[in-house]
Design a protein around this ligand. Structure first.
Ligand code: NA7
Length: 513
């Protein structure tokens, strides 16, 4: 966004809570942190030179390499001179007299600007559950989302980890190697498809780079903005024979990763199709885990893909180790954290270190931690008291000239984030150009357009199986958070809608002043 804004001849000031660029990839430094979208797809496509000069080394990039890429981008475009690091925005207030935003930070900054772009990230506000006795634990505690930058030595220790989402799945096999004993506290069993991670071959990189623009366009034509280069079937799961269905799942399993859910068109739409895919993975878990009791605890019962599918390396195998114990919190819930460890209804698990892999206050968390006040002193907290309400996931009624990159109501976390971020940056830049060229002071959604958009997101989500489980897409992981499905499934249709809105002079927005 900063690069784009400069290209338009505007100036900008960026405030960043971290000590460097990279966001998610700056904070999430836990062992095994890695992207679940393939490297060649998870990168910016706005500059041919940038995409040609950068070389990814692995099929799925590890966190340090993605951070290096973010640093490279910051240096390449000389971005740092307009970014103030280690600085948190505390408030942003719209002044109706001057049509400007006043932004204040914890470092004493006090700046005004006509436009406010919130690029605060969807998974940047760590969620630590409020477990009785949490402060009494005598050993160190860590959260995967705010992992110490100089690493953690867990060798020889008895380690506990709460949570079995993507972060835990990546960390567990590596921590198990290092620790003397690992106890995994699982509330909901997780589906994972192998990453089959490996070094990238020079010829496959060359093949993509020879047609990078086409490769990017193929991804934009996909519902989740990745995998455009794979063969796609238009078949539904039950329209083919059981044998054929199994062969397709095998093929996708051998391919690895998130494209497993694309084996058929209806896996996230039809419960029966979903059950077929789920049973395939359940069967794989049972084949890998040698103790049948442990295997049954690891076999998920919810809809596959309802919570984000995990991409793993040796997760289920780790439970065959004699020094790894799985505690099923559905059978024996946590009662308290004690000075010596974690006490469940079955007794105490003594630990030297405790890791929270308990995820994030997703999509709205980072925005609502800032005191944002729009027209008539309306706070974003009040405007979103019953769940987030946006138009296109880009604008909010009552908050003129405020844009939310990958905000709730846009596809964001259901997609390849880099593609969604770029689409929003370009749309916002076109929008502010439109306003400036016409001397228009403010843009703000029409209330009816926003209401319709919220209904539309709910309707689309309602066609899918996403609302059937307690996922962070629904805010269900944070006690007290309003249960609303926040992202919009379907990137391509969404992109077309955004383009149409712009082409029609920002239909659904009030352009004033
Ligand atoms: P996730 O996917 O939100 O996973 C968090 C995990 O922590 C999940 O297994 C939760 O169980 C568990 N959790 C949360 N609160 C508790 C409490 N109070 N007790 C026990 N267990 C708990 O976060 P991740 O960091 O793994 O991944 C986030 C995203 O990053 C991921 O989807 C990718 O997009 C990348 P639950 O399932 O809620 O029962």
């Amino acid at each position: 966004m900063l690069h784009k804004v400069r290209q338009q001849g505007l100036t900008a000031q960026v405030f960043e809570a971290g000590g460097g660029v990279g966001g998610t990839w700056y904070w999430n430094r836990y062992p095994g942190a890695r992207c679940d979208i393939e490297s060649m797809e998870y990168s910016y496509g706005f500059d041919e030179e940038l995409q040609q000069e950068w070389d990814w080394t692995e099929r799925y990039a590890p966190q340090p390499e993605i951070l290096k890429y973010a640093d490279h981008v910051a240096d390449r475009y000389d971005l740092r001179r307009d970014i103030k690091f280690d600085t948190k925005v505390t408030s942003a207030t719209f002044d109706e007299a001057t049509n400007t935003w006043r932004v204040q930070t914890d470092a004493g900054d006090d700046v005004t600007a006509p436009y406010l772009v919130m690029a605060t990230g969807c998974l940047s506000s760590a969620n630590t559950p409020d477990i009785p006795g949490a402060d009494s634990f005598e050993g160190p505690t860590y959260h995967t989302g705010t992992w110490p930058h100089d690493g953690v030595d867990l060798s020889g220790q008895r380690v506990g980890i709460i949570g079995t989402g993507s972060s835990a799945l990546q960390a567990i096999p590596i921590i198990a190697e290092e620790a003397a004993h690992l106890t995994v506290f699982q509330r909901t069993a997780t589906y994972a498809v192998p990453a089959w991670n490996r070094p990238l071959e020079p010829d496959e990189v060359a093949k993509v780079k020879a047609n990078y623009a086409e490769f990017r366009e193929a991804n934009r034509q996909m519902p989740a903005a990745f995998g455009g280069w794979l063969d796609h079937s238009e078949d539904t799961a039950l329209s083919v024979s059981a044998e054929e269905r199994r062969a397709r799942f095998e093929e996708r399993w051998e391919h690895g990763g998130l494209p497993f859910l694309g084996a058929f068109t209806d896996i996230l739409l039809d419960p029966e199709a979903n059950e077929e895919a789920a049973n395939f993975v359940r069967d794989r878990i049972r084949r890998v885990v040698t103790d049948p009791k442990v295997a049954e605890r690891l076999v998920p019962d919810q809809v596959i893909g309802c919570k984000r599918l995990c991409v793993d390396t040796g997760y289920y195998e780790t439970f065959n180790r004699p020094d790894v114990e799985l505690v099923d919190l559905r059978e024996t819930p946590i009662e308290a954290i004690t000075p010596a460890g974690v006490r469940t209804s079955a007794g105490e698990h003594e630990l030297d270190a405790l890791i929270y892999a308990t995820g994030f206050d997703a999509m709205t968390g980072a925005l609502l931690r800032i005191d944002i006040r729009g027209r008539d002193g309306l706070t974003l907290q009040d405007a979103w008291a019953a769940g987030p309400r946006t138009y296109l996931g880009l604008g909010v009624v009552g908050f003129p000239n405020m844009f939310t990159i990958t905000g709730p109501g846009s596809p964001s976390v259901l997609t390849n984030m880099l593609v969604s971020i770029q689409q929003h940056v370009e749309w916002i830049a076109d929008c502010t150009t439109h306003l400036r060229e016409r001397g228009i002071a403010t843009i703000e959604p029409v209330p009816q357009a926003q209401d319709n958009w919220v209904d539309y997101v709910n309707m689309v989500a309602g066609f899918t199986l996403f609302p059937t489980c307690n996922s962070w897409y629904l805010g269900a992981n944070v006690p007290g958070k309003t249960r609303v499905f926040m992202p919009l499934p379907g990137f391509t249709t969404y992109m077309e809608q955004c383009n149409l809105v712009a082409e029609q002079g920002y239909l659904g927005f009030v352009l004033a002043g």
